[in-house]
Each structure stands twice: as structure tokens, then as C-alpha cells.
Design a protein around this ligand. Structure first.
Ligand code: PLP
Length: 446
């Protein structure tokens, strides 16, 4: 068994992580896409299957969530140019930034206002479909809006769903499950915001609160599921379904890019910056994007300096066998959606050959970025959702970022690059809390 000191000797970057300094890491295990893909147990057929399932559910979603009707019951978010934010970032960090800057506003996904409206809702729908098909209450040729009936809600009320969450996954699973008629229990970690718990309770969801962090909430959810018959546990640490629900974002994004005449090719690379908690959301999206754009897309994960669990798992290769607490990091951050101390092994292993790199960002920077995004683009996000926003700055300023660009022969293409910042949550944050976030920024440098 290696000690922490052995790890540090091998990887000095861990020292920086332990000191909660901001770091940038370029992934030495990244491979050419086609080679990397061969190592994985998932492929494009799995993503297409998830896409088809979401299409089957669209008539039901459109019926029960009127806000999704504009898009025919497809739960999708806007893609918006943020050139003013690019200028702001360039001034804030005193570095020239080239290329087109886009924001993927999962913060404004319907139903639950975060990236969890992809994976979380998908897994609940898949479970509901499986049960209804098994019991002959549905066939795949049906118009799924028939699920909106007393009969089906009664049927689902004999089943329960459990999940552990720092807040947003609980919102997605809770809202979707209770709409279908399931009995649903959300096990919430200490980081979970009160308004998220209140909202869920108002929808008839059972919320159990813990004084511990996310890993404890998941463990309790898992226990509940094994002790109750007919209880299905949504396992954020290990779920292929969640992962595939997130991966569907890629083909939708491709269409959105085409609509605004953006092509991604050898001369126009795509850089994507994804806030990472346990890994499923950013991992799934990155996987989907790699399938579509292969070596033309460069995916980076972003974590808080106090919760760099995925990065620690990747550097050491230990994945879920090491937690940030093991190396003396406290996992305390204002970025509640990213407050995870131990990463998913499944995601870590899947993403290992595909990921370009990862970096950490301090809470203080997150608040500055939050205010900058609100001031320049009038887009209000929760702190977690800003972790991606500093990605292009890191890539251009950090030594390892610059060598990544050189090694991949991207230098001359940077002026044509597309930098896509994935904004993962925020539209449901109550006004008074958003005001607190805005005033948490102590940046007087204007
Ligand atoms: C959950 C979440 C993430 C990260 O997703 P993981 O699957 O936990 O890695 C990022 N941002 C927000 C706002 C989230 O709620």
C-alpha cells in the first residue's frame, strides 16, 4: 500500500491540491479517440437508445410539464454567445482571449433548472418504462402521454425510488418521480440548500437530511433501497443510465451549433469546460461529445479547490478508492453541486482515455465569475455553474495549458476555436439567495 507521501512524491501536483491551491492538469493517459473508445464498455448505440427513449417520452413530458411544449417535450437548454464575457475575462485575468465563447445554459433546463434534468430525469423515465412494459401497461408503440393517468399513477405508487444528493439531483429525481406517482425519498447531504429541500417537500417528496457530506447521503439511500421491496436506488456513483442521459446532450448541441453556422473541424477545434462533482454529468456529456467530434473536441473538467475528487482519483488512478478527506482536504465549498469528496469509479475509468485535462478553482473566483456573468451577459447562475467559465483563461495562462495546445498542434487554430462553457445550474435559485451570491463577490478592482 502506498502512503499519501508516496503519492505526493510521485505526483507533486497532489501537494498543490492538498494546499487547496488552484491547479491545472493535462491528462497523460489521454489517447487518440479511436484507440480510447476500444477500451470502453459503452458506445454510440447506447447513446442512441437513450435518445430514442427520450423521444418516446416527449408526448408525456409535454403534457405534464407545459414549459417543455415549445420543444415538443424534449428537455433542452439554450446555447448562447457570450462575447462580452470573453472581454470581461480577458480584462479580469489580464490575458488576451481569442475565438468564439458560448454558454450552454443547462442552468435553464426546464423542470429542475440544472444539468441533472438530463441524467436524473432520464433514469426515472427509464425505470418507469421498464416497470410499465413488464406489467403490460405500456408498449413502445404507444403514445406515452397515457402515462398521465390515475391508473398509471396508482400503479407506480406501489414502487419507491431513493437517491442521495447534494441538492440538484434530488430536485430532478424528486420532481419527476412524484409526477409519475412514485413514492420518492431524497437523502440530502449537509451542503443541500434549504430552498431545494422545501421545494421538494412541497411536491410530496420525502426529504431526509444528514449532517455529513454527499457520500453519506448516498450510502443511506442505498441502505433504504436494499431494505425495502420495490425500492429502486438511483446510484449517482455508478449509474450507466444517468451517464447516458447526460450523453444525449451532445447530438442536441451539434444541431444547435449547426443552426448558428458553427462547424467543428480540424481548423476549428471545440474546447468544452465542464463543472464536475461525482463525475456523471460532465463525464456523460464529454463521452457524447467525443463520439461526435472525436479528436476535434477537447474536454476539461472543473472542480472546486476544496473538492477535487475526480482529479485526485485520476492522478492516482485510485478513483473511488481515495477521497479528498483522505489527503486532508475538507470538501467544504459554496459550490454545493460540486461538493463531492469521492468520485465515481465508473466515470473515472470511462473518461480516463478521453479527457484532455482538469483544473481547480477557488470559491472566491467562482463568486467573481458569477458576478461577471450577471453583469456582462445578464445570466444568473449558481456558484457551481461558474467553474467552467475560467477554463479558457487557465488553458491560455497555465504552462501545462499552453503545452497542451502545442502538443496537439492547435496553436495556429486558436483564433478559430470555439470555447464552450457548460453552465450547469441556477435558474431556480430564489431571488434573495441570488442576491447573497452577488454580494459575496469582494472584487473591488473595477
Ligand atoms: C451535479 C452538478 C454538477 C456536476 O455533476 P456530477 O454528475 O455530480 O459530476 C455540476 N453543476 C451542478 C450545478 C450540479 O448540480
Amino acid at each position: 500500500m502506498k502512503t499519501i507521501q508516496d503519492w505526493i512524491n510521485e505526483n507533486p501536483l497532489i501537494n498543490e491540491l492538498v494546499a487547496t491551491k488552484e491547479v491545472f492538469w493535462s491528462n497523460p493517459k489521454k489517447e487518440a479517440f479511436q484507440t480510447g473508445l476500444k477500451k470502453l464498455s459503452l458506445n454510440e448505440n447506447d447513446v442512441e437508445d437513450a435518445e430514442e427513449r427520450l423521444k418516446r417520452f416527449a408526448p408525456y413530458i409535454a403534457k405534464v410539464f407545459p414549459e417543455t411544449r415549445k420543444l415538443g417535450g424534449i428537455i433542452e437548454s439554450p446555447l448562447v454567445p457570450i462575447q462580452a464575457m470573453r472581454e470581461k475575462l480577458s480584462n479580469m485575468y489580464k490575458t488576451p482571449l481569442e475565438g468564439r465563447f458560448l454558454l450552454k445554459c443547462d442552468s435553464h433546463l426546464p423542470i429542475s433548472g440544472s444539468i441533472k434534468a438530463r441524467g436524473g430525469i432520464y433514469e426515472v423515465l427509464k425505470h418507469a418504462e421498464t416497470l410499465a412494459l413488464q406489467h403490460g401497461l405500456l408498449s413502445v408503440e404507444d403514445d406515452y402521454s397515457i402515462l398521465d393517468s390515475e391508473k398509471l399513477r396508482n400503479f407506480f405508487s406501489d414502487y419507491s425510488i431513493a437517491v442521495g444528493s447534494t441538492g440538484n439531483l434530488g430536485l430532478s429525481i424528486g420532481i419527476m418521480s412524484s409526477k409519475l406517482g412514485f413514492n420518492v425519498t431524497v437523502h440530502m447531504s449537509a451542503d443541500a440548500k434549504k430552498w431545494k429541500k422545501d421545494l421538494l417537500r412541497s411536491k410530496g417528496v420525502t426529504v431526509i437530511e444528514y449532517k455529513e457530506d454527499y457520500s453519506k447521503a448516498v450510502e443511506e439511500g442505498r441502505k433504504q433501497a436494499t431494505s425495502q421491496p420495490n425500492c429502486y436506488f438511483i446510484d449517482d456513483e455508478n449509474s450507466r443510465d444517468l451517464f447516458l442521459g447526460y450523453a444525449v446532450a451532445a447530438s442536441r448541441l451539434k444541431n444547435q451549433l449547426e443552426e448558428i453556422d458553427i462547424t467543428i473541424d480540424e481548423n476549428h477545434p471545440l474546447f468544452v469546460y465542464l463543472p464536475c462533482g461525482v463525475g456523471g454529468g460532465p463525464g456523460g456529456v464529454a463521452f457524447g461529445l467525443k463520439l461526435l467530434y472525436q479528436d476535434r473536441v477537447h474536454c476539461f473538467f472543473a472542480e472546486p479547490t476544496h473538492s477535487p475528487c475526480m482529479l485526485l482519483g485520476l492522478i492516482t488512478g485510485l478513483h473511488d478508492q481515495i477521497s479528498v478527506q483522505d489527503v486532508g482536504i475538507d470538501n467544504v465549498t459554496a459550490a454545493d453541486g460540486l461538493a463531492v469528496g469521492r468520485p465515481s469509479r465508473f466515470v473515472g475509468q470511462t473518461i480516463e482515455p478521453l479527457l484532455s485535462g482538469s483544473y481547480t478553482v477557488s470559491d472566491q473566483e467562482l463568486f467573481k465569475l458569477l458576478k461577471a456573468m450577471a453583469d456582462t451577459e445578464n445570466i444568473q447562475l449558481e456558484p457551481s455553474a461558474l467553474a467552467g467559465a475560467i477554463g479558457p483563461v487557465k488553458l491560455s495562462m497555465e504552462k501545462d495549458g499552453r503545452s497542451y495546445i502545442q502538443q496537439h498542434h492547435l496553436t495556429e487554430h486558436m483564433k478559430n476555436a470555439v470555447h464552450l462553457i457548460w453552465a450547469t445550474g441556477g435558474s431556480m435559485v430564489p431571488k434573495e439567495i441570488m442576491e447573497e451570491y452577488m454580494s459575496a463577490c469582494h472584487d473591488n478592482e473595477e
